[in-house]
Design a protein around this ligand. Structure first.
Ligand code: LLP
Length: 383
């Protein structure tokens, strides 16, 4: 890794460090893998990382944006994403957010219930506009990932149940200010088993066939995001396996000639380019364990506490023989633990510690709990 003790000796920790070149290489790979499909459109899921500079780089590379709040729409527009590239999902869109989307002229709303569709119809009529919507369908397809980040099961709150779909489509047809332009799906996040995406493809194929029998066709299919990254070995796999991911859709999804296929990738775009850099405050000998207490905590990176996520941790300052540590933060919560029983080069007060693969759902999920300041961000070209 490029980070060295010297280059950051004056900077207050903890902070996020972004490798801009890796982000660019990742975006180049996405562009390369999708280049032969002019009818494919990749939207970046802003929720993964809404740092303004990260957004600007992604917008410059021509991706669209996938937003889940009015705030994300504003951030995307500010960063330079064209309004007509923005898709807007979420089970609970407030009226002001719907108005914002309509006023900005976004590509479409990904609608998650009949109740929401009715509100969009009502608000759109005030504007005298016809608003494009995709129906988010809950495909009841499982995913091999953590339960908290599975979204496509019938028990999850997301999407319209498959059995209600035709009813909602029929009701939408009677509305004069919404136009259903497509179907939207998203089965979960941090998915590394391509068969999960394959299962989604066959579900979509079946749905399309049965809808076509009723004379219902759409111009857009949106398969959401979900491609995972290697948290175990970020140096060996800095760029996710986009070839297999896009290849799975190419081989398995029966796209009609007139259709555009939309993707909403978040983690796979930004996950590996971010590192949380922290310092050892104290090394404490417990009765059973040795603790390395960092100045970063769950307020800076909540993934380990929330999803039992395992991020690689490195001591950037020490080459001394490894010892076993529980690596913990300073927050007054027992769950403020980054890792248990891991081997780290012997730690000393002041050592710089890197927590890897933190570019997605890291900085953006940080909080001021315990009245802590939010972590700052630095980019590789600044070092
Ligand atoms: N589209 C929709 C509708 C989504 O709900 C999500 C993520 C994405 C796209 C982007 O998924 P990705 O490509 O990043 O997997 N905070 C959790 C992840 C939550 C994901 C929420 N939805 C984590 O840190 O693992």
């Amino acid at each position: 890794m490029m980070i060295s003790k010297e280059s950051f000796s004056d900077i207050t920790t903890p902070f996020y460090y972004y490798d801009t070149q890796l982000l660019q290489d990742t975006l180049d790979t996405i562009k390369k893998e999708t280049a032969k499909h002019p009818q494919w459109s990749v939207h970046y899921a802003v929720k993964a990382n809404a740092n303004s500079k990260v957004l600007e780089i992604i917008a410059r590379n021509g991706l669209g944006a996938d937003c889940v709040s009015g705030g994300e729409i504003k951030a995307a527009l500010k960063a330079g994403f064209p309004a007509e590239s923005i898709v807007f999902a979420g089970v609970g869109k407030s009226d002001w957010e719907i108005r914002l989307g309509i006023e900005a002229g976004i590509f479409c709303f990904n609608v998650e219930s009949l109740a929401e569709l009715e509100v969009i119809e009502e608000i759109a009529s005030e504007y005298g506009k016809v608003v494009s919507v995709e129906l988010r369908i809950n495909p009841n397809v499982g995913a091999h990932t953590h339960a908290n980040i599975t979204t496509g099961l019938a028990e999850n709150k997301f999407g319209i149940a498959m059995e209600s779909m035709t009813d909602v489509i029929r009701k939408a047809k009677e509305m004069s200010h919404v136009k259903v332009i497509g179907l939207h799906f998203h089965i979960g996040s941090q998915i590394l088993v391509m068969d999960d995406f394959k299962a989604l493809c066959s579900r979509i194929n079946n749905l399309q066939e049965s809808l076509e029998k009723e004379g219902i066709t759409f111009d857009n299919i949106n398969v959401g995001g979900g491609l995972g990254i290697s948290y175990d070995n970020p140096d060996a796999e800095p760029i996710p396996d986009f070839q297999s991911y896009f290849g799975t859709y190419e081989e398995n999804l029966k796209l009609r000639e007139s259709q555009t296929l939309h993707f909403e990738l978040g983690r796979a775009v930004v996950g590996q380019c971010g590192t949380l850099v922290s310092r050892v405050l104290y090394v404490k000998q417990g009765s059973h364990k040795q603790f390395a207490i960092l100045d970063a905590g769950m307020t800076d990176l909540i993934r380990p506490a929330l999803y039992q996520a395992v991020h690689q941790i490195e001591n950037l300052s020490s080459k001394e023989a490894c010892e076993t540590y529980d690596v913990v933060g300073p927050i007054c919560e027992s769950s403020d633990v980054f890792a248990k029983n891991i081997e780290l080069n012997k730690c000393h007060r002041g050592d710089l510690i890197a927590i890897r693969s933190a570019g997605a759902y890291g900085e953006v999920m940080s909080s001021t709990y315990n009245c802590r300041p939010l972590p700052k961000a630095y980019f590789s070209e600044e070092s």
